[in-house]
Design a protein around this ligand. Sequence first.
Ligand SMILES: *Cc1c(COP(=O)(O)O)cnc(C)c1O
Length: 358
Amino acid sequence: MQINITKPYLPDKNKYYKYIDRIWQNNHLTNFGPMSLELENRLCEYLDVPHILLVSNGTLALQIAYKILRLDIGDTIISTPFSFVATSNTIIWENLKVRFCDISKDSFCIDTNKLKNLLNTKDKTTKAILPVHVFGNACDVEELDKIAKENSLYLIYDAAHAFGVKYKDKSIFKYGDIATISFHSTKIFHTIEGGAIIFRDKNLFDEARSMINFGLKNNMPEILGINTKNSEFHAAMGLCILDDINLILEDRNRIWEYYYKNLKDYFEFQKLNSSNNYHYFPILFKNEQFLITKLRILNENNIFPRRYFYPSLDTLRYNTSEICPISRDIASRVLCLPLYVGLSQKEQDKIIKILIKG
Ligand SMILES: *Cc1c(COP(=O)(O)O)cnc(C)c1O
């Protein structure tokens, strides 16, 4: 049996059918239907935020964020080079410019001292900062808040990995002007495909709700809009999975702790600033060569961890001048181990044995 980096969580099929039955009763398939509204309400409660906007995926969530803040051609966003490629791709896709700020070797998130240096040379086009709570680890949110205010910049968090994370007992989604999340099936909580946007400002939330539905207000076109809604079937999956969220987190916790107990003397790890949602289990090798050797052996044994996140995004052809040595170094020697509900201790033992041998 192949062991992959992740395996999507599927709820009990009969339970999903029960939710699906309600779609037939409601005869409402999309366009903010009752199941989508129920999911929004339950997510608000779970994530402890006043409102949340469901969208088609975490990538479009970022694009809508730039649009609603009226970021326009040629504007610059400062972001992290250590993330999934969607983070920086969305910036370029929207005809904006990206500048990369290097990360902290401890948190793997944007280094706020380097950010301050970078801002010394900012020009008029710089409009926003886009940090990532990478692997669910909170950025230095207090410092980032201060920096954004002092420089009159928008603060948008790509919180794709941060479902349920708390920073100092406060929901991570309460930070920033806007936070986005992905509900893709590879993420902790998913709606098959999906994502959401959380706004600090209720007016922006209302406007974005219209923007993702063709810009309609009371069925009349008022602003420029697009369609990035999701269906009631997606919402039904979300509701099923939210019912199981404690079981999901417990099982992930068990797997995470078992890896940590057995690997802590052999590898370096990301230093956590916040509560752990057990989304990923990244380990740092001494050097890239060692990583490549171990990865090959794991693959020969039908085990497929992933080099999240490699390569460092500042090495891509984005026409940006910043070089980020810490991010390049971390990216070259970080590996995320298989972590999903149902991964057995026997399977973990197999992985651990290969990793610590020799
Ligand atoms: C998964 C992910 C995204 C994209 O989300 P999708 O729902 O797959 O579009 C964006 N940013 C980060 C950091 C991610 O891991």
